[in-house]
Design a protein around this ligand. Structure first.
Ligand code: CDP
Ligand code: CDP
Length: 225
């Protein structure tokens, strides 16, 4: 088992992974790694290179030149692609609707899993995504599988979009989330699935602070074992 402490948080879209992981990382002074942002950054790199998202080989050929860097920020983690800030650009509807396709390519996953493991090798981390407990950090001391009903997840995204001043539609958001969950759960490599040793945390109807305190207890219980 790794000497440093690893917390893996997996689950479907909008379950609250990044919100909860960021708070826990601040509380425990661990490094937060948003692996979804890494897949989104590669998807954006393909767009910037003028490639169609179906052009698997050409997207893979971009990988050696791509750098992805995170900068912690009190409000939101800032993301840089090849030195340029892309924090907002990676969350556009176009990137959101194509990231599941790009993240289904084996060589993309292999490359990003290596980068994710190398971050977690040398420091305490809280990493969120879809395959952290199953593939990226199979020896993580704490594995959480965070879920919530699809209606509640769509409503959370809806409120978030309204707060950002984005035009948004609840039915479309729900359909997009269902489609992405389906693609993420049915891909051949590292599908979204609860690791056998992960703890299921259902956040439906739960406030953020209640989820944080539940997972805080789980982490503390495992820290002293
Ligand atoms: O925050 P949200 O739930 O919208 O998604 P995200 O965590 O930003 O991840 C975006 C997409 O990247 C997911 O829908 C997956 O297709 C992909 N992803 C993945 O395949 N493996 C991961 N470890 C993280 C994300
Ligand atoms: O990272 P992931 O896609 O799993 O979800 P997120 O971006 O952390 O959360 C989606 C939205 O749900 C955010 O606006 C959170 O503030 C909100 N949320 C909530 O209302 N209640 C929770 N228990 C967790 C998240």
């Amino acid at each position: 088992m790794a000497e440093n402490f690893q917390v893996a948080i997996d689950g479907p879209a909008s379950a609250g992974k990044s919100t909860i992981a960021k708070i826990l990382a601040t509380d425990f002074k661990y490094v937060y790694v948003d692996t979804g942002a890494m897949y989104r950054a590669i998807t954006l790199a393909a767009k910037k290179a003028g490639l169609a998202y179906e052009e698997e080989k050409k997207i893979i050929a971009l990988l050696p030149q791509i750098t992805i860097r995170f900068e912690p920020d009190p409000l939101m983690q800032r993301v840089f692609l090849n030195g340029e800030e892309v924090t907002d650009d990676i969350r556009s509807t176009e990137i959101t609707n194509n990231v599941s396709l790009v993240s289904s390519y084996a060589a993309i996953r292999e490359d990003l899993v290596k980068r994710q493991r190398s971050i977690a090798d040398s420091q305490n981390v809280i990493m969120d995504g879809r395959d952290i407990g199953t593939t990226v950090l199979p020896n993580a001391q704490v594995k959480i599988f965070l879920v919530a009903s699809v209606s509640e997840r769509a409503e959370r995204r809806y409120k978030e979009n309204i707060a950002k001043g984005m035009t948004t539609n609840l039915a479309d958001l729900k359909a997009d989330i269902e489609m992405r969950d389906y693609k993420d759960s049915h891909r051949k490599i590292s599908p979204l699935v609860q690791a056998k040793d992960a703890i299921l945390v259902d956040t439906t109807g739960q406030k953020i602070e209640d989820v944080v305190s539940e997972i805080t207890k789980i982490i503390k219980n495992n820290q002293y074992q």
